[in-house]
Design a protein around this ligand. Structure first.
Ligand SMILES: [Zn+2]
Length: 311
């Protein structure tokens, strides 16, 4: 069977169509799953993405794609004779699975996705297909994400100190803002300037995050009960202070001398979610991408399906 995607100098390409998925260098036709920097890039002649992704891309890049086409979820659009549609992936605002029909088969590329409830983005929708291309960031049997609400609710919030939380500016910061507001009564959320625009796009697209305000140094010094969200490099550059403790929101549950504890909140599918998603798709041909999929290829739960890597 020919692979449904081929690696190309500019990213992945659907063979024989001239259409690229998530290319990082300018191309003629780019179909983009979501606005994270390892999937979205500026400068394409024609870029196609969901409405939420388009809103974020316009903030993210100083110049937009020359022709940025925002397509509502579920609406079919045709490129070089190939029908495409976007379906929610539950990863961040606007994140999409990409569905297309080619060579007599229905294909779905999951992009980054998660199945956990997250009120800050559109919920993942299972899509039936013949060929599924899935991300495998956490494709290990022992990788089962803990409940995010429980993690946030059990943060050891000291009376004499504030919290500084490292979180990626797009996606994670908005989800953590909402989780803090929902699960820590009375918390006051301050955010780094890099996050303002993204917070506002989320709210404009109808996803409420709860109260938040720009960072103010004097207040952070003088008052307590504040959680300050910063991008990871800012967290790692801050010297340990006596008036705050440092946490890092990461699905990897990493320990590090530069922060006091990890908040294992992930926006990628864990093992049970990967199994469930593959089974619900009805696909007989599975391709894995973005991560090490070997354990998934060998999974008993999925025996009888055909597995291959896209490298
Ligand atoms: Zn992503």
């Amino acid at each position: 069977m020919p692979a449904p995607l081929e690696r190309h100098a500019k990213g992945y390409r659907i063979p024989g169509t001239g259409i690229h998925l998530d290319p990082l260098e300018p191309v003629m036709h780019a179909v983009i799953s979501h606005a994270h920097g390892d999937h979205a890039a500026p400068g394409h002649e024609h870029a196609y993405c969901s409405e939420g992704t388009a809103a974020l891309i316009r903030k993210r890049f100083t110049y937009p794609a020359r022709h940025l086409h925002a397509i509502p979820y579920g609406e079919v659009f045709e490129l070089n004779g190939v029908p495409f549609s976007f379906h929610p992936a539950g990863h961040i605002l606007g994140s999409s699975q990409i569905r297309w029909e080619h060579a007599g088969k229905i294909h779905v590329y999951t992009g980054d996705f998660k199945r956990e409830a997250d009120p800050t983005c559109e919920a993942f929708e299972p899509v039936r297909c013949d060929v599924l291309i899935t991300e495998t960031t956490f494709a290990a049997r022992d990788k089962v994400h803990p409940d995010a609400a429980g993690i946030i609710a059990s943060i050891p919030l000291p009376e004499k100190a504030n919290l500084m939380i490292g979180a990626y500016s797009l996606g994670k910061a908005q989800r953590i803002t909402r989780l803090l507001n929902d699960h820590i009564p009375g918390i006051r959320v301050m955010i780094h300037p890099n996050m303002h625009d993204y917070h506002k796009v989320y709210e404009q697209m109808g996803f409420q995050l709860g109260p938040w305000e720009p960072f103010r140094r004097e207040l952070f010094r003088q008052e307590r009960g504040i959680a300050y969200l910063v991008p990871p490099p800012t967290l790692l550059n801050y010297r340990k202070g006596t008036h705050f403790i440092r946490a890092f929101a990461t699905g990897w549950d990493e320990k590090h001398e530069l922060y006091d504890f990890a908040l294992p909140v992930s926006d990628h599918a864990d093992w049970p979610s990967l199994i469930r998603t593959i089974l619900e798709s009805g696909a007989r041909e599975i391709y894995t991408i973005h991560g090490d999929g070997q354990e998934l290829h060998d999974a008993e739960e999925l025996s009888g399906l055909s597995f291959s890597f896209i490298d």
